[in-house]
Each structure stands twice: as C-alpha cells, then as structure tokens.
Design a protein around this ligand. Structure first.
Ligand code: PEP
Ligand code: MN
Length: 339
C-alpha cells in the first residue's frame, strides 16, 4: 500500500502516519518526490487498517500496489532515481550516461593504472575490476583479494574514478566496502538473499547484475531485498541471460531496459561484455544499449586481451575502447543524452 500525503501536509502529519503504519506491524519507506511525499507500507497488508490511515490528517489517498516489488516500482516513485557516486559525484540516472570500464580481474598494479588512465582519458566515470572472482572452475584465477582492492583504491587516488568491484560473500562486505565506491553483486549471486540483505545494511551504492536465469520480476525483487534492508542506492545491470543460443556467451536482453524503465524508477546500465562474450560484439551492443535508453555501460577493457587472466575472448583493447566511446557519444546525442 502507498499512503500519498497531500502536497501541503506537514512534517508532524507525516511522522504521525509513519507511526500509525508502524504500529500496525508494517515497515515504512519514505519517498520524497518533487511535490509530495509518499509512505510505502510494506508487509502483510491484512494488518493495515486502511480507513484509519485514510482519515489521518495530511493524507490525500491510499493506493494499493499491484506489483510484487514495491519500493523499486514506479507506483511508489514516479521520477527516475539517480545514484550519486563517490569520489567524483557523478550521478547515474541523469542525462549523462556513465561508463564504467576496466579489466575483468585486477591482475597487477601497473597494468591496472595503465587501464585506469585510459578509462579516465576516454571519458569513463568508473573503474571496474574484480579482486574476488566468481570463476566457473575452481582451478581458474580467483583474483588478488585484498591486494587487488588496494590497487583499485590507489587507482582511484590517481584518477578520481569511482571504484566498482564485486563482493562475493557476506563475510567480505565490510572489507570490500572499505575500498570500493560501488559494491557489485554478480549474476551468480543475484538470488543470494543473505548477501542482498548484508549489502542493504551498509550505505555504499550497489551495482546489481541480473542473474543469468532471472526474469525481470525476480531481478526487481532482488533489488527490493536491498532497499528493504535499508539501502535504496541501486544501479541495475543487464548482463545477458542463458538461452539455447550458442554463438554468443549469453543473450543480451536489451529490451529489458525500456521494460524496466516502464515499471521501476531505478537506473539501469548494460554490460555488453558478459552479455555477448565476444570482443567483436561489444561496440555494436554498446551503441544499441545507449539507443535503448541505458543509463550507463559496463565494459571490460584490457591492454592485451589475449593475455588476460580471465575472460580473454570478450575484453576489448584500449584503442577499441576509445573508438567505442566516440561512437557511443554520437548515438547518445541522437537520443537526447550525453556521454
Ligand atoms: C563481472 O562483471 O566481473 C562478472 C563476473 O560478471 P557477471 O556476474 O555478470 O558474470
Ligand atoms: Mn569478466
């Protein structure tokens, strides 16, 4: 249920409504729009005495929410949400499209700095790189762990780029949050509900990747877990789903971008690298993502992709990244955005 406060309601009236709803055993989320505030009441709706709340001073109306995700839905908040990233203050979800790029894994310090400098020069706002890697095989390179996080933090000092890196397990949340500006939840963990709750209990923004077999509704319910635990700063990321198709590593479901924008206020970015699994497909799918309305791109870049310790087939080199950025800027302009 959403309690819509009237535009001229007072702070005391709002506090009173929140108290009433909470006394009924429901949790509340406040959403401050441009004209009015709404109180999303989440929980078992049989507990809500609708009439009592409707009569409270300052309440305009009560609206039932139809979608299973509530605080992530546009029914609760009509305006787009933009997420501000440290250290540069860049806001994902506004006119300017945010590009997060970097290696699949952090491999060594000097190579990471080389990539970070190139990402910065080409106009990216974030540096990605896995320190803890979710690898399909236990024998594959697993990442540099805390050493990798330290290199990422040094690269932020050097470039001012926001650091985006994956957290694999609940026990690493504090560690990763000490170094990163954005905590990535990978596709394999999108339905790890304990991890979703744990990252919801800290305040750094979350980049939530779509699970490879998740429906749009399951994707948004995963976001709902994080918001419900207390962290509303979520950037969704489409990274391709598993289908019968095998010419690409995954099938990049770009139509989820406008579909999510229709039902949710959260920003969504696209990862055409994991979405296709082949370097030659990354530029065209990046341009298509921008045209489809994505708020950002996440791209794997490596100075020598053939020598990369993970995901060698899909990483583009620095020259290809520069070209992609220039072309994406032209598409962005054509659809009323900027890069
Ligand atoms: C990644 O971005 O490093 C990654 C492992 O991606 P995904 O979780 O989408 O497979
Ligand atoms: Mn990768």
């Amino acid at each position: 249920m959403i309690v819509v406060m009237s535009p001229n309601s007072t702070k005391d009236q709002l506090d009173h409504v929140v108290k009433m709803v909470e006394e009924m055993g429901l949790s509340t989320h406040l959403i401050h729009g441009t004209n009015r505030t709404v109180v999303a009441a989440v929980g078992d709706k049989r507990m809500l005495d609708k009439g009592a709340v409707e009569n409270a001073p300052g309440v305009e109306k009560i609206v039932p929410i139809l979608s299973p995700y509530k605080v992530a839905s546009r029914e609760v908040k009509q305006e787009n949400t933009a997420i501000a990233l440290q250290p540069n203050g860049f806001k994902i979800g506004e006119k300017k499209i945010g590009v997060i790029a970097g290696p699949c894994s952090v491999e060594d310090r000097s190579r990471l700095f080389q990539i970070a400098d190139a990402v910065k020069e080409a106009g990216g706002m974030g540096l990605r790189g896995g320190a803890f890697k979710p690898r399909t095989s236990p024998y594959s390179f697993q990442g540099l762990a805390e050493q990798g996080l330290e290199y990422l933090a040094e690269a932020r000092e050097r470039t001012g780029l926001a650091i985006v890196t994956e957290v694999l397990t609940v026990t690493h949340v504090d560690l990763v949050a000490r170094y990163a500006d954005v905590l990535q939840i990978g596709a394999r963990n999108m339905q790890n509900y304990m991890l979703l709750k744990a990252v919801g209990e800290q305040s750094k923004p979350i980049l939530l990747k779509r699970g490879m077999s998740a429906t749009m509704e399951e994707f948004l319910l995963a976001a709902e877990y994080i918001i419900d635990a207390g962290n509303p700063n979520i950037i969704l990321c489409e990274r391709g789903i598993r289908t019968f198709e095998d010419y690409s590593r995954n099938t990049l479901a770009l139509s989820v971008v406008p579909a999510i924008k229709r039902v949710s206020h959260l920003p969504i970015i696209v990862d055409p690298t994991h979405g296709t699994g082949h370097a030659y497909l990354v530029e065209s799918m990046s341009l298509a993502a921008v045209a489809a309305g994505a708020d950002g791109l996440m791209i794997e870049v490596h100075p020598e992709p053939e020598h990369a310790l993970s995901d060698a087939a899909q990483q583009i080199d620095i020259a290809q990244f520069h070209q992609l950025m220039q072309r994406a800027a032209r598409v962005a302009q054509a659809v009323g955005r900027e890069i």
